[in-house]
Ligand binder design. Structure first.
Ligand code: SF4
Ligand code: SF4
Length: 432
């Protein structure tokens, strides 16, 4: 089943370059590498022919040989950040001198340090520029291809009550990026969001505004295949994927590139394997096939999707994810995804959902904690997850959940056992 068939079956509708200075966008057309990337898509108005599977550097990229393996297999888009701390940019930088002209590099305009180090609204242009200059040094390159305004919507507003989405049109940010583009140190502007606030709103603004060339949402089959709750919230919930799908429609229309993240919802490796009756319990290989089906779904689910970023910690990971490149979604894959959705439906907190974001009277940041625990428990990025959690104000951690009768649970339309999940998250994530 190719993308057209997939869309039909699922019932789914449906460069202008900046002053790039000395940088040429000429790129040789790729031929598929044996066992490597089989499909290249045009990355919106950037014009770059990007492999459909790309590498994310969020999970402590620490070995340059993994980057080299990825390049050998035809991966040509790498996503990193200064606050993928401490070594993601440095590791990529060690591999870059040999391969720089073959790859597109995306980094974030953040300070170096433990996540999150996003630059706040009204940060002076000079600080934006300094952060990018520091990234260039760590990356050992004279330019980056994409600069991200990172993770819009982790908080609804700043302390002055200004909406987080304002970061996308901050005059200081625009002044800085304009200067960096004129100097040939950066080429394109992008933004990412995994909610929990205003994901669709922020990305819609990004697509409309004209100065943002690429968006990166959380997007996976659970947005559409999760069993809907049988209650009055069903209608409201159905709107969420529809809102995001409308943003993707508009991105396609306006030639804004879409790179997706969080494309594989966790099949918990350690925590609840007994729940995966339809998958791992029958055949361990099924779990791997289901993960590949999730990758294929993300790539075929909407024509605006150019590529997805996946953290790859080992050479085996690179080979594994690349094996999904250019592949069709089979009927068996669709069955796998239905089983997958059913298996995790009562344990998976959908990144970007955010329905419970304001449900705790004590101010516990529920969706963020759930996301950090996903990094810990499902992605195996323990240290990074603990550092993220440590970055929350103490009053917003799940320490407050111990003696609580959990009024928050009423806010979750999927009836997740939130108190238990939050307690487990706290036991994993807090420094003893
Ligand atoms: S269990 Fe209580 S303290 Fe914890 S998030 Fe829910 S309402 Fe807040
Ligand atoms: S706990 Fe429930 S309501 Fe809250 S973000 Fe997760 S899925 Fe949504």
């Amino acid at each position: 089943m190719d993308r057209r068939d997939f869309l039909k079956t699922a019932g789914i509708g449906g460069a202008a370059l900046f002053g790039a200075g000395k940088i040429s966008v000429a790129q040789e057309e790729k031929k598929p590498v044996e066992g490597g990337i089989q499909k290249y898509n045009t990355l919106g108005r950037t014009g770059w022919r990007v492999g459909d599977v790309s590498m994310g550097g969020g999970g402590r990229l620490q070995n340059p040989s993994i980057v080299q393996r990825a390049v050998d297999l035809g991966i040509n888009y790498f996503d990193t950040a200064p606050d993928y701390f401490p070594a993601s940019e440095e590791t990529l930088g060690k591999a870059l001198p040999k391969v720089r002209d073959k790859v597109f590099i995306a980094t974030k305009m953040c300070k170096f340090g433990k996540y999150p180090q996003h630059l706040a609204l009204h940060t002076p242009a000079s600080k934006y520029i300094q952060c990018v200059e520091d990234s260039l040094k760590r990356l050992q390159t004279d330019h980056v291809d994409v600069l991200f305004i990172h993770a819009i919507g982790e908080r609804p507003t700043n302390d002055a009550g200004e909406k987080d989405v304002e970061r996308l049109r901050d005059p200081e940010m625009l002044k800085a990026t304009d200067q960096l583009k004129k100097q040939g140190k950066a080429r394109f502007l992008a933004t990412s969001s995994h909610g929990p606030y205003m994901m669709a709103e922020a990305l819609d603004f990004a697509v409309e505004c004209g100065h943002i060339d690429l968006i990166m949402p959380s997007w996976n089959f659970m947005f559409e295949m999760r069993r809907p709750p049988k209650d009055e919230k069903k209608a409201a919930l159905k709107q969420k994927p529809e809102e995001l799908r409308k943003v993707l429609d508009k991105a396609k229309e306006k030639n804004v590139a879409v790179v997706v993240m969080k494309s594989i919802p966790p099949i918990r490796q350690r925590a609840v394997p007994e729940k995966l009756e339809g998958l791992a319990a029958k055949d361990p290989e099924e779990k791997r096939r289901a993960r590949l089906a999730a990758v294929k779904w993300a790539l075929l689910s909407h024509p605006a999707v150019c590529t997805l970023v996946k953290t790859m910690k080992t050479v085996e990971d690179v080979d594994f994810y690349v094996s999904a490149s250019g592949q069709k979604l089979t009927r068996r894959d669709q069955e796998r995804l239905r089983e997958y959705a059913s298996a995790i439906s009562r344990s998976y907190c959908l990144t970007g959902c955010g329905e419970c974001a304001d449900a705790c009277p004590k101010g516990v940041r529920i969706p963020e904690i759930m996301r950090f625990n996903m990094y810990y428990e499902d992605y195996g990025h323990e240290r990074m997850a603990m550092e993220h959690y440590d970055g929350l104000p103490k009053s917003c951690t799940a320490a407050a959940c111990a003696n609580c009768d959990a009024p928050c649970q009423a806010a979750c339309p999927y009836r997740l056992p939130m108190k238990t999940m939050l307690a487990q998250a706290h036991s994993h994530l807090h420094y003893a």
